[in-house]
Design a protein around this ligand. Sequence first.
Ligand code: NAD
Length: 378
Amino acid sequence: MFKEVTYGMVGGDLKALIGECHRKALGLDPRAKLVCGCFSAIDELNDECAEAYHVDKSRVYYNAEDMAKAEAGKIDFVSICTPNFVHYSAAKTFLEHGINVVCEKPLTLTVEEAEDLARIAKEKKLVFAVDYCYSGYVMCKVMKQMIARGDIGQIIAVNANYIENSFLSLLAEKEQVNGRIWRTDPKYSGISNTCADDGTHVEHLVHYVTGLKIKRLLATTDTFGKKLDLNDNIILEYENGVHGAYWFTQVACGCPNEIDLRIMGTEGCLEWHQTRPDEVVYIKKGEAPRTLCRAGDGIDVPAGKLARVPFGHPEGYYIAIANIYRSVIDTILKLKNGETPTEEDLDFPDVETGVNGVKFFHAVVESAQNNSKWVEIN
Ligand SMILES: NC(=O)c1ccc[n+]([C@@H]2O[C@H](COP(=O)([O-])OP(=O)(O)OC[C@H]3O[C@@H](n4cnc5c(N)ncnc54)[C@H](O)[C@@H]3O)[C@@H](O)[C@H]2O)c1
């Protein structure tokens, strides 16, 4: 009976942002051990990482292809934490060598690449997760189950934002020189910056919480003279005719990573903010607003039991990612042991959600570049 998993990482050197979050989240799971990696495209950095992360030097690689070839059959999954342009080639090579993948978002630069990964993962029957980490928050799972149970009746409107300030200083720069340059350069980031980076999180989170599927959308994007979008406004129509509005910006003075979700229904509404992730405001029609708190009283859907620390002690971003990984690891272990994963085990964003994200930002850019015409998503 298998009880533990080993994993490798691509990207995530000592200075990288998200790789460290993945390692910390996985560090919360005693079943997972980092055993190999290609942490940087720069050889010396790679060697430094091996030492810092206690990875044997013989299992440090200088490209993803060599790593996949050498580690086939030896690791249970790989975490891909590189800039967007590397996702497709890296994920493809690991899948082709029979290795399960957890990949950062946006999944790929093009829809064709994303669909190709989905096809290979399906053909090879491999687990493929995409790190839409906000759906790992317990209170997002609570909202999902409350909505599915009918607590707010039928959904009639959605409003969601992702607003932050990481590129405000870019507006004053003549050249696109910036420590985070790859994000605003189409060569590395693809056709979209803000929508691909932050907008896909919202697109996924709304779908995860409400079950709504986007039918069509219209958008404006602002580049402020730079190469890619920095501020996006979107009107959406879901398949059931309900409308929604999203705003994504990376030039919002003073704003941290604020994600705001408001779901309006015929019998009530729910409101969540990532700056207070342990709380959901629930308003039942005709009653005063109530704040539901993670691990507090008044939550009677099963997801309420997923809280790891008691009421009042914040859980946060690392645990949201750890919750995604917990489900991924549960699924991988069940499959290795010849068991069937449960719905709860499979509660992680899969490769199809990654494909949807890529279709979404392509539709947003297409609309914005064509006088904000309606663009269908299929
Ligand atoms: N889920 C989230 O909340 C979240 C948050 C931040 C970033 N991201 C995503 O994570 C990815 C990485 O973002 P980041 O902010 O950590 O970027 P970063 O620039 O801080 O780090 C990128 C890492 O990839 C390495 N790298 C670059 N090219 C490589 C290659 N060919 N082979 C191996 N390693 C290579 C770099 O050396 C570095 O370690 C992006 O796709 C981004 O959209 C997701």
